[in-house]
Write a protein that binds this ligand. Structure first.
Ligand SMILES: [Mg+2]
Length: 390
């Protein structure tokens, strides 16, 4: 039984790939996207104005006694790396690599007094993904083989970004646009939101999915009105309309739209307990946990089992290979999300670039996973990682 002998909490100060919000000013992802701070005019024009890029990436390395190293990543930078080095590490060093459940449970219980969601859960997720990667490497098997094997030969994707028209030509099944305006921009903003979607619908085939990602920016009356105004454009879903804690608005939106437009959310939700609320309150038609934020693969499997029993699809938020291995092994996850990280969304760029190497990318909107052990990726030696020292 292989034992873990070392855990390292590393970080990239700004950006770095797992935190992909540190981009040049002309990148679409830092452009005008409606968000919770859009109610304040001074912060409306860019998510960088209120600090969406402050965290950076955290990278966890977990080393077995034979020198094999597993890696896991998340958003969280130096702070998450500090939590790994000063707190979580003690529950991992000395453990048998196979004991993923015990390590997870101890990290979760020991952080109840300041954790549960957010940064702490990002750190736990990165450790958990590193352990799964290590287990796969030691067994010389891909992670999907450790969690049940393939239920499909290839993954199909929709693309998230400002150019669904280009995504349609690249072979994706749909395109998810970031919403530009929320209620604080009044009627003009509302017309802008409807007009942008009309414009896109005119440029893509009728059966190409179009969705709006609202990034927690709306209130219930606006979300209902927007979805209804877009009914004739066949909007497939309206995503993350409200802040994550407002379960009641999600429930009421879903009731109001009555399956004519699907309601999706969950990228900023954590653990089986958070998703239990979403599912039992019938808040969403599709849940979108982020495997690098919700508690790692160990927790995602539990969240997805719960969703299966509620007849709700689990389509993870972004997260590259960490989502792909999950997607290919789950009957109720028939497609995935690909985040277009090219500044103009006009070319395919690996999602966590430049942090990882060997990241598979969609070809004609599809990805096949090979037999490489673990998650099949390595750290890019050109990305400078710093280590928490004290
Ligand atoms: Mg989203």
């Amino acid at each position: 039984m292989h034992k873990i002998v070392a855990v390292r909490g590393l970080y990239v100060k700004r950006g770095g790939g797992a935190d992909y919000h540190r981009q040049s000013p002309d990148h679409w992802i830092v452009g005008r996207i409606a968000n919770p701070m859009s109610v304040y005019p001074a912060y409306r024009d860019s998510r960088l104005l209120w600090g969406m890029d402050v965290l950076g990436s955290v990278v966890v390395e977990v080393e077995a006694e034979d020198g094999t190293v597993g890696i896991g990543v998340s958003t969280g930078g130096e702070l998450a790396a500090w939590i790994v080095e000063h707190h979580l590490k003690r529950f991992v060093v000395g453990q048998a690599v196979v004991n993923v459940e015990q390590m997870w449970d101890q990290m979760f219980r020991a952080t109840q007094f300041y954790g549960r969601k957010g940064l702490v859960m990002n750190a736990i997720s990165a450790v958990d993904l590193a352990v799964w990667d290590l287990l796969g490497k030691l067994r010389q098997e891909p992670v999907y083989a450790l969690i049940g094997g393939k239920v499909r030969d290839e993954l199909v994707f929709y693309a998230t970004g400002p150019r669904p028209d280009l995504a349609a030509k690249m072979g994706f099944i749909g395109g998810k646009l970031p919403l530009e305006f929320n209620g604080a921009s009044g009627e003009e903003g509302f017309r802008g939101n409807v007009g942008l979607m009309e414009n896109m619908r005119n440029q893509v085939p009728d059966d190409f999915w179009l969705m709006y990602d609202c990034y927690m920016s709306l209130d219930l009356p606006y979300a209902v009105r927007l979805a209804r105004a877009l009914l004739s454009l066949n909007l497939k879903w309206i995503e993350e309309a409200f802040i994550p804690d407002d379960y009641w608005s999600y429930r009421d939106l879903r009731k109001a739209l009555n399956a004519k437009t699907l309601v999706t959310t969950g990228e900023h939700e954590s653990t089986r307990y958070g998703f239990r609320l979403l599912l039992e309150m019938e808040c969403a038609d599709i849940i979108q946990p982020d495997v690098t934020w919700c508690g790692g693969l160990t927790e995602l499997l539990k969240i997805a089992d719960l969703a299966d029993a509620h007849n709700v699809l689990t389509i993870p938020h972004g997260s590259s290979v960490y989502s792909y291995h999950f997607l290919i092994s789950r009957p109720n996850s028939p497609f995935g999300e690909f985040l277009m990280m090219h500044p103009e969304a006009s070319e395919i760029v690996p999602m966590f670039s430049p942090l990882l190497i060997n990241e598979p990318v969609p070809l004609q909107g599809k990805i096949r996973l090979g037999e490489d052990p673990g998650f099949g990726v390595a750290l890019n030696p050109n990305v400078l990682l710093e280590r928490v020292t004290s």
